[in-house]
Design a protein around this ligand. Structure first.
Ligand SMILES: NC(=O)c1ccc[n+]([C@@H]2O[C@H](COP(=O)([O-])OP(=O)(O)OC[C@H]3O[C@@H](n4cnc5c(N)ncnc54)[C@H](OP(=O)(O)O)[C@@H]3O)[C@@H](O)[C@H]2O)c1
Length: 253
């Protein structure tokens, strides 16, 4: 049976998840990741990881649709058994997500459901269904947001879901301790990705405002984040549990 460690990352095709996948692969960990619709981006990530010298596999998954999860784990475990001789893996990184910027007074029930489904309910049940397959000593890393600690207008539904995932992570850390599985949250500040229509890259006013609020004076890049998540997948990070690690260059200090 293989002794290779394996990480499963949701939303690994672009943005933060892509950089996490590359940085984790550099730690000599094999990668399975999901994408939603961008097969081309997913294929590029697979090739880049293979060039690093690790195995990588991409699966399509809508992480807001709990009904897809059983068939996802069926496909994942079939792949793991075929390629590694085990249905187990070591790290689950719940990263996939979309954003909606709308004032509280204009947020619809559908908007709210979209945010809850992708950022909380999906994370909750994808994690629950992962437990039979997570090795002892495994880790769950959930991606939250600085917006769960401080408030900026137009993100009430998104940030409420992220707040929920932070509470959920502390419960995971407590309830999975008997299996020696740890759970932590990484909370990025604003990062220049495609997220929320790419505003953190293209909206000059917003970029300036965030830069001025941030001690290190700029918006984050995906490369500021991936290595932190990769560190949480190392032996050195084994005693970190139930924590929220904000990676924001120091915003709203
Ligand atoms: N960027 C920021 O400023 C920021 C700040 C704090 C927290 N975050 C959090 O960081 C995480 C990643 O954001 P990002 O900035 O990297 O976003 P991104 O660049 O837009 O990438 C989103 C990723 O999630 C996947 N995805 C989107 N909808 C999905 C769905 N319904 N089911 C499954 N996968 C889906 C995408 O797949 P496809 O490529 O197939 O579309 C892509 O891989 C999110 O949880 C976000 O809330 C971001």
């Amino acid at each position: 049976m293989s002794t290779t460690k394996i990480a499963v990352i949701t939303g690994g095709s672009r943005g933060l998840g892509r950089d996490m996948a590359l940085k984790i692969a550099e730690k000599e960990i094999d990668i399975v990741f999901t994408y939603h619709s961008n097969l081309e981006a997913a294929s590029e990530v697979v090739k880049t990881i293979e060039n690093i010298g690790r195995k990588a596999k991409a699966f399509q998954l809508d992480t807001s649709n709990i009904k897809e999860f059983d068939s996802f784990y069926q496909k994942l475990t079939t792949y793991l058994i075929n390629d590694y001789g085990t249905e187990h893996f070591d790290f689950l990184i719940n990263n996939a997500g979309t954003g909606i910027y709308k004032p509280f007074t204009e947020t619809t029930e559908d908007d709210f459901d979209d945010m809850l489904n992708i950022h909380l309910k999906g994370v909750y049940f994808l994690s629950q269904k992962a437990i039979p397959y997570l090795n002892e000593g495994g880790r769950i890393i959930n991606i939250s947001s600085g917006l769960a600690r401080f408030s900026l207008p137009n993100s009430s539904a998104y940030a409420s879901a992220k707040g929920g995932v932070e509470v959920f992570t502390r419960y995971l850390a407590k309830e999975l301790a008997s299996k020696k599985i740890t759970a932590n949250v990484v909370a990025p500040g604003a990062v220049g990705t495609d997220f929320g229509g790419g505003e953190n890259r293209t909206n000059e006013k917003k970029v300036n405002t965030i830069s001025n609020l941030t001690a290190l004076g700029r918006v984050g890049e995906p490369e500021d984040l991936g290595g932190v998540v990769a560190f949480l997948c190392t032996e050195e990070a084994r005693w970190i549990n139930g924590q929220r690690i904000e990676v924001s260059g120091g915003i709203f200090l």
